[in-house]
Design a protein around this ligand. Sequence first.
Ligand SMILES: C[S@@+](CC[C@H](N)C(=O)[O-])C[C@H]1O[C@@H](n2cnc3c(N)ncnc32)[C@H](O)[C@@H]1O
Length: 330
Amino acid sequence: MPDEAQWRNERVQVSYGDSLDGYAAWESPACIVSDGAYGVLGFEGDTSDHLALPDWYEPHIAAWAKHATPQTTLWFWNSEIGWAAVHPVLERAGWRYVNANVWNKGKGHVAGNVNTATIRRFPVVTEVCVQYVREARVDGLHLREWLIREWKRSGRPMKEANTACGVADVATRKYLDPGHLWYFPPPEMFQKLCDWANEHGVPEGRPYFSIDGRKPGTAEEWAAMRSKFSCPFGVTNVWDRPALRGKERIAIPGGKAVHLNQKPLDLLTRIIEASTDEGDVVWEPFGGLFSACIAAHHAGRRAFGGEIDPTYYHYGLERLKQEVRPHPSI
Ligand SMILES: C[S@@+](CC[C@H](N)C(=O)[O-])C[C@H]1O[C@@H](n2cnc3c(N)ncnc32)[C@H](O)[C@@H]1O
């Protein structure tokens, strides 16, 4: 057992042990960065192939679903086959697939250590980082179905949604579309639909567009019904970036890397900043050297992390302490 089984400062809290035992005490996340088993015996407890990954992840995925909100984004790092094996478990737990991002480490990653005459496949230089979100529902309905139901309940003609929103035709065509053209109304447009229905709708059906079941919904409540996302200009779903080497790579005296799976801070910063705002909570259940906690801290977010291996925890904690100041009350 490490001397400091738990450590925190004003923004980051990490603990030694199985994260399954920690989740209940962590604040609800806006973003979860999962970088766990890959099915390659990459660390003590990793499985020997992808077939065992669904069972390995299942309890974590269930816990993430339990503690997530409609605003939570999950970033699931893995190999292509590892992700493919776990995807059905994620879907069953209510995580909706958004996008697969590919980390391309480039040819330098295999140069000199692959014999293409014998491997019988093209050399692999990628990992995936897959974006999932929660599927929000009100009264058990998908948001699209719920908006249409509420508008119809108000008794107003469908076309009048345009008048309510002060637009030519986009409200009826997009916000009340029953199919794939549906578009999540911006919070200010939701507020207009809601105000109009409650003012002009048949009195006996009020309140309309009530998220809490008691009063008309608000723009703030509506904004909280989906995950945050912002895409920096020029970024696509292919991330060309060499594997980690040099100063950022944590090594023991003599030069050997402490953790083979240490992730680059810039890629973690990218996904954290894209899916959270300052002050939001990030979870790093498979901490390793706590790269996501450090990236979150530097970006002004708060973070909770766990690591089950005492050696990795020791080095991860040392790294954290160097990168971020401890809380004065500890
Ligand atoms: C792929 S590595 C993560 C590396 C990390 N992203 C970094 O940049 O250093 C996965 C880590 O999760 C840890 N781990 C595995 N199962 C765990 C669990 N149930 N709770 C906490 N940590 C766990 C492993 O010991 C390993 O260090």
